[in-house]
Design a protein around this ligand. Structure first.
Ligand code: SF4
Length: 310
């Protein structure tokens, strides 16, 4: 059984699937409104080389992965005993209120105080940055958090994953993507030879949990994003995989639905960005796990191409 078939079998997708042909043209987003501060932070541009990479995904076969052997253990999916936790996780990321609420891009007026804070964060080293996040009270989320969730992984990783915000388990444990969603994410990463303790870095747009897992407010994102921006600058990943609609729309300053953001290579701070679904959503939507795998293959292709050009 090849890697792809094994992946699908363990994920519970019965039928063989064929990777969808990726679009060959990157999406050029409309210019940002003048009121958007930090406009340099993100742009979606045509990247001819990346489009070529996307095109080449159609020929990518999972047997090409030069990574540790894939075993059934890599794709161990949650068992029936995990159902309650899965339901709770999925509910947190899939309530009608969340589905209806748009992920609003950052809109913040520039002022000297904010600019000074952002500049200070942009100059921090890892220890200073971690300490700053741990003690941060710069938005209202500090009042309800249990722990800040700074990020985890290899600080020199070529892969970086960015999610939305800590959930209940993450808030309690102080680590991103734990619980069943984290387990699924780890299993999917393992298929690419990646592990959070070895060669990938995982962080969120927000470092503190929004109460009740509500959508983050634009001002909360604006206050917290400089931390993520600094993490990315320090890591210098070769590819960023953005997990979920909110994180994607926040990072890319877009209101485009996630389904249309997928399959195209965007950029953030000059770094290629690939968008995929949030693992909590994938726990419920089996068919979209195959699409998530396509996205990870696209990211891998982007990274391989970047390595070949280095
Ligand atoms: S969410 Fe970010 S900006 Fe707000 S208190 Fe937490 S670390 Fe600070």
């Amino acid at each position: 059984m090849n890697r792809r078939a094994m992946f699908l079998e363990v994920l519970g997708i019965p039928a063989e699937w064929v990777p969808r042909k990726a679009p060959v043209t990157a999406v050029a987003e409309a210019p940002l409104a003048e009121t958007i501060v930090m406009a340099e932070a993100s742009e979606v541009v045509k990247v001819a080389a990346m489009a070529e990479a996307a095109e080449s995904v159609k020929s990518v076969d999972s047997t090409e992965v030069a990574t540790p052997p894939m075993t059934a253990d890599n794709f161990d999916t949650p068992d029936a005993g995990d159902a309650a936790e899965i339901a709770e996780t999925v509910e947190a990321f899939d309530t009608p209120a969340r589905a209806a609420a748009p992920a609003v891009p950052i809109l913040r007026q520039s002022n000297p105080e904010q600019d000074g804070r952002d500049a200070a964060i942009a100059a921090m080293d890892w220890p200073t940055l971690a300490a700053s996040v741990a003690g941060c009270t710069d938005c209202g989320l500090c009042a309800t958090r249990t722990n800040t969730v700074f990020g985890v992984g290899d600080q020199r990783a070529e892969w970086m994953l960015v999610g939305e915000a800590p959930g209940e388990n993450e808030d309690l444990q102080g680590e991103p993507f734990v619980g069943q969603a984290g387990k699924l994410l780890d299993n999917m990463l393992a298929a690419l030879g990646l592990a959070r303790d070895r060669n990938v870095y995982i962080a969120n747009v927000l470092k503190c949990r929004p109460p009740g897992n509500r959508n983050p407010e634009p001002d909360e994102v604006a206050q917290c994003e400089p931390y993520l921006k600094r993490q990315i600058a320090l890591i210098k990943p070769k590819v960023i995989v953005v997990l979920g609609r909110f994180a994607a729309q926040s990072l890319l300053r877009s209101t485009t639905p996630i389904g249309k953001l997928r399959g195209t290579v965007h950029t953030y701070e000059g770094i290629p960005v690939v968008v995929t679904y949030h693992p909590a959503y994938l726990l419920r939507t089996l068919t979209d796990k195959a699409r998530a795998w396509e996205d990870l293959c696209l990211a891998r292709e982007v990274l391989n191409r970047a390595g070949a050009q280095a």
